[in-house]
Design a protein. Sequence first.
Length: 366
Amino acid sequence: MSFNLFTQDGEARRGQLVTAHGVVQTPCFMPVGTAATVKAMTPEDLTEIGTQILLGNTFHLMLRPGIEIIQQFGGLHDFMGWTGPILTDSGGFQVFSLGKLRQITEQGVTFRSPVNGDQVFLGPEESMDIQRCLNTDVAMCFDECTAYPATREEAEHSMNLSMRWAARCLEHGVGSHQQLFGIVQGGMYEDLRFESLHILKDMDFQGYAIGGLSVGEPKEDFYRIVNFIGPQLPGQKPRYLMGVGKPLDLLTAIRAGIDMFDCVLPTRNARNGQLFTHQGIVNIRNSRYRQTDAPPDESCRCYTCRNFSLAYLHHLDKCREILGAHLCTVHNLYYYHELMQQVRDAIEQSAFNAYYQQVKNQYSPG
């Protein structure tokens, strides 16, 4: 298990992550498989559109179906029928999203299960044990996602707690074939981000992530933090920006040196009739498409664009047919994977800035 950095164009990096279940070319996008499935997609569908690695959800899987059931299958791969690499989050963000249903202490988090109301405890050691049982390729440290807005004092307290938890995760350990990533926290404060990173670097994790973004902060703050901390992450380790995002957000982060991304946006938006295309965003619920015989994206070679019209997708969405959600998801994930492939090609050709400007023009207002 290793990370190989091939070349750079400015801060943009072209690399390769080697895992126990396969090789991942970076920069890469990871579709989100919250409940051991990427919604509306089979593993075969995902392979055909170019998916290299999936994200699994520790929090949701521990609650349902339960880790003991997944253990019967030898881990998450065999349970869900996916043979490629999987990264699992730690459950920290999902616990954060529970709001008043959770209570945070030094030991961990006690919360009421959103499934059945049972009281559940999750701490660093428990998160590591669960991810070891899931038997995935990359595990994430258990952390507290700092809320937005947060005062500097609140952000510092949250960051320090996450750093103490990171040390416990590292000491407890994961499976012998798993890589463990640390997560940089610190809210919207550069000095706290800097301090968090240096604490984690001393622990020497196998990869480093930026957490606590896309939690409601203004876009200019998001870019400010990514551009500040991204280039400072360890250069010979994989760099992961969690929970992001829109195409231009991905490219902005790649320009700051980030290698890996995940987000529910392409799949969630697909189920709500919003497609990402080379001409910008297309909303198939718009009545203007009721009779349009053109595909969603003339430049796209996905199964959906090669075989179906906007009129048909509009019809399926209006009728709430399951096929509509599937076809739109196929397109959006294909677009994201193609975007990453074109980024990799541009970096290799020292043409990333030109490609960045091209995508920026596609998603500019108007």
